[in-house]
Design a protein around this ligand. Structure first.
Ligand code: KG4
Ligand code: ZN
Length: 350
């Protein structure tokens, strides 16, 4: 066939996903099982339980993805899988599924870095040329990068403590916001919805890393912001009984978190231009990039620097199999294959 067709398998955190994507960027199938209902009672993802459900769901998810693509396994050119970073027990499920499938069918195996997949997704449907500046904002990571090519990344800034997604999740938990379920579910989207009804000026929160000693750094930090929210609640200035108080705090937190993202992103863009590269686009992806306020305000920052903002559609910003299959296509074209003996990598620098 003129275009390779690749099966992508993902289970690095709490979603079990598989998809078949073709080299021309068409999505032939897309299957995902969420676990929001399972983890909501504990307020966060319980690793052992996440892995248990991946073990149960993986065979059905993979076989459905192949079936719905209208292809058979014989028609698939390679199998791509999230190799890391992520939760070890979760990663072991997808890596073993992919290795076994590839070894039995004698197909090439492609181990994909989860964040590389988030970064490359946009190239599936628009022609974003290298180099580009990239902001990856998810539950596990918060980083700015210069993407020079497939497999060639320069890290500009990263978080010193919590990720921005974690901060959204923890603040949602402190404010006892019920999660949304299904596609676009979880605590982050629930906080975004509540913030729509709130006043972002009601509570004054400190913008992280803005003082003299840290102001020039490209890094992010979210634990202080989270603590500042907790203090308001402890002092009784946010009553959890009052929906308006909670909405105002959700809006104030979201406003400040985005202000911090935009401020450090500006510095990263300047740094990328300083190292002599001339990016024309800013790519923003990862779960938090499905937030409309984030997209809007980061868009303003991008245009201030003459960059075109490109984001995947919201459902491809959060974890999915399509992004792994697409990263597989990009690596396939470069001949970047892996042996059937690879192991997952819990921690893995891009
Ligand atoms: O990329 P992702 O699906 O998984 C990781 O690789 O971590 O990101 C999940 C994170 C979670 O913290 C989730 O609450 C957050 O992204 N998130 C959001 C929104 N949608 C997902 N945060 C804020 N607003 C949203 N709309
Ligand atoms: Zn992710």
């Amino acid at each position: 066939p003129p275009h390779p067709r690749i099966l992508g398998i993902e289970s690095s955190c709490d979603d079990t996903a598989a998809a078949v994507v073709a080299g021309d960027g068409s999505i032939l199938s897309e299957v995902i099982r969420h676990q929001h209902k399972i983890h909501e009672p504990s307020g966060g993802i319980v690793p052992g339980i996440a892995a248990e459900h991946h073990l149960i769901n993986m065979p059905g998810v993979v076989s459905q993805a192949i079936e719905q693509s209208g292809l058979t396994i014989e028609d698939i050119d390679a199998i791509a899988v999230t190799r890391g970073p992520g939760l070890p027990a979760s990663l072991s499920v997808c890596i073993n599924a992919a290795k076994t499938l590839a070894a039995v069918t004698k197909k090439p195996l492609i181990g994909v870095h989860h964040m590389e997949a988030h970064a490359l997704t946009v190239r599936m449907s628009s022609s974003v040329p290298f180099p580009f500046v990239c902001l990856l904002i998810s539950g596990g990571h918060t980083m700015s990068l210069l993407v020079r090519d497939v497999n060639d990344y320069k890290l500009l800034g990263s978080t010193r403590d919590d990720s921005v997604g974690e901060a959204f999740d923890k603040v949602a938990r402190m404010l006892k916001i019920p999660w949304l379920h299904g596609r676009g579910g979880g605590p982050g989207p629930a906080l975004e919805q509540l913030a729509l009804k709130g006043d972002p000026d009601r509570y004054q929160l400190p913008v992280p890393m803005s003082k003299r000693d840290t102001g020039q750094s490209l890094d992010f930090s979210f634990s202080g912001l989270k603590t500042a929210v907790a203090k308001y609640i402890d002092l009784g200035q946010v009553s959890l009984e009052s929906e308006q108080d909670c909405a105002d705090m959700a809006a104030s937190f979201q406003y400040t978190a985005i202000k911090h993202l935009c401020s450090k992103l500006s510095k990263a863009i300047a740094a990328a231009k300083d190292v002599g590269s001339s990016p024309t686009a800013l790519v923003v992806s990862g779960g938090v990039a499905s937030n409309q306020q984030v997209r809007l305000r980061i868009g303003d920052t991008a245009s201030k620097y003459g960059l075109l903002l490109v984001c995947p559609p919201p459902h491809l910003c959060t974890d999915n199999g399509v992004m792994i299959a697409w990263a597989g296509i990009e690596r396939f074209r470069k001949g970047l294959f892996d042996p059937y003996t690879i192991e997952f990598r819990q921690r893995w620098q891009l």
